[in-house]
Design a protein around this ligand. Structure first.
Ligand SMILES: Nc1ncnc2c1ncn2[C@@H]1O[C@H](COP(=O)(O)OP(=O)(O)OP(=O)(O)O)[C@@H](O)[C@H]1O
Ligand SMILES: [Mg+2]
Length: 405
């Protein structure tokens, strides 16, 4: 490309984006922004606050277990209430600390304990200490601190599914061994079946108090979006109908406020990129498609190798719009594994993995009868073909056999 062309292109893009008057403060629509108000979560805020308020009187608050689907405000409510509680405690001279650990990010017992130690002022090297020793250190140092420590274990299912409930068991018992400090635990999950992973004793101590976060309805999402849009957008930047449309789409997605906010932000960004001064429902539609594609790419990327190969087989077999069957998929999958020189999973296992791909919404399957020959599964690619291939391509092993390089 000639450099003059490049200059023209950049000039054009910069000009368009800087001319556009869409956002006043785009940051308030970003996922990590913590608003000061959370409409339609008054009841949950009240409950969390009333459990934790014991801390201000020097008592150990009951452990608290929160669950609800994704994007229902669990993390936001806990962050907001613990922030205010910490401020109050400081004012009143109460020795209180809140340790927030996201166990999706810090999943191993080692990392969880390192985070906890960090929170009470001790740095831990990334490896090199036995976990049992780390736990003993945590207990000893915490007791020296003479503190009330509220431990928030967010997305707690990630830790427990990978490493069991050992650490959780220890933490729910730790008060029996502390003399000066006290510990309360807040567990958060969006996995409705999470407690089946827990030993009954851990389950009952963790859920001294329980709280459910229901999905938001469309009108509730509208309120949430309006509240945020006032801070995020210039006056008049949103065409009428944009907020209700975002809310309706996100309500269909099981009342997910994160999805609703993402939609509004991406719609705004698209309008900005076009150099417009108004966000329209057309932008929301495009934003929806883009978010869905990004989600598919992300999900595909994080699949294990065999699932990727199965998905590749399904994508190839259904490319021209036809459906396929378990047997066909298995045959092609077998070719892929032999090309790669890796083991081939059994048909039964592959069948299970096909079921998992269905659960993830990447494909759809339907069991149909073939008369005397028994039952079979009709399989369809449910997600955008190009996005699936894009996600698969990121894995060099898959890219190679698919001839995608
Ligand atoms: N009532 C509300 N008012 C304003 N914003 C909200 C409200 N509920 C949620 N949000 C916003 O929606 C997004 C998702 O909320 P949050 O992270 O609390 O969900 P979550 O229940 O923790 O979901 P997950 O289970 O996926 O972690 C955040 O950006 C949050 O600020
Ligand atoms: Mg959360």
């Amino acid at each position: 490309m000639l450099s003059a062309d490049l200059d023209d292109i950049l000039e054009d893009v910069f000009e368009r984006v800087s001319k556009s008057r869409i956002f006043k403060n785009r940051d308030v629509l970003m996922p990590d922004f913590l608003p000061n108000r959370l409409p339609h979560r008054e009841e949950q805020i009240r409950k969390v606050a009333s459990v934790l308020a014991q801390a201000l009187k020097g008592y150990r608050p009951n452990n608290l277990f929160l669950y609800g689907l994704t994007g229902t405000g669990k993390t936001a409510v806990v962050k907001l209430v613990t922030k205010k509680l910490s401020e109050k405690a400081r004012e009143r001279g109460v020795r209180l600390k809140v340790a927030f650990v996201n166990t999706k990010r810090d999943d191993t017992p080692y990392r969880v304990l390192s985070k906890l130690l960090e929170n009470i002022g001790f740095r831990v090297p990334p490896t090199g200490i036995a976990t049992a020793q780390l736990y003993a250190n945590f207990k000893r140092l915490l007791d020296k601190r003479d503190l009330l420590l509220i431990i928030v274990l967010d997305e707690i299912d990630y830790h427990v599914k990978k490493h069991g409930d050992d650490l959780l068991y220890k933490l729910t018992r730790i008060n029996e061994e502390l003399r000066n400090s006290k510990v309360s635990i807040i567990g958060i999950t969006n996995d409705v079946n999470f407690t089946s992973w827990l030993d009954p004793r851990v389950k009952s101590s963790l859920s001294e108090e329980e709280l459910v976060f229901p999905p938001y309805t469309a009108p509730q999402l509208e309120d949430i979006l309006r509240d945020r849009a006032q801070m995020a957008f210039e006056d008049e930047a949103l065409e009428e109908g944009v907020i209700p449309f975002c809310a309706a789409l996100a309500a269909r997605e099981r009342g997910d406020a994160r999805k609703a906010l993402d939609l509004l932000r991406v719609a705004g960004e698209l309008a900005e990129r076009e150099g417009r001064n108004k966000v329209t429902t057309e932008h929301v539609k495009k934003a929806w498609e883009q978010i869905e594609k990004d989600r598919v790419i992300e999900v595909v990327r994080s699949l294990p190798l065999h699932s990727k190969l199965i998905l590749l087989a399904i994508a190839k077999l259904t490319k021209d719009g036809t459906v396929t069957y378990t047997g066909e998929v298995y045959k092609l999958y077998k070719e892929f594994t032999s090309d790669l020189g890796i083991e081939t999973l059994t048909l039964r296992r592959v069948s299970d993995l096909i079921g998992e791909l269905d659960m993830l919404g990447l494909i759809s399957t339907q069991v149909v009868s073939r008369g005397k020959r028994g039952m079979t599964r009709v399989i369809n690619l449910e997600s955008d073909y190009k996005s699936v291939i894009k996600g698969l391509k990121d894995d060099p092993r898959v890219a190679e056999i698919a001839g995608l390089i």
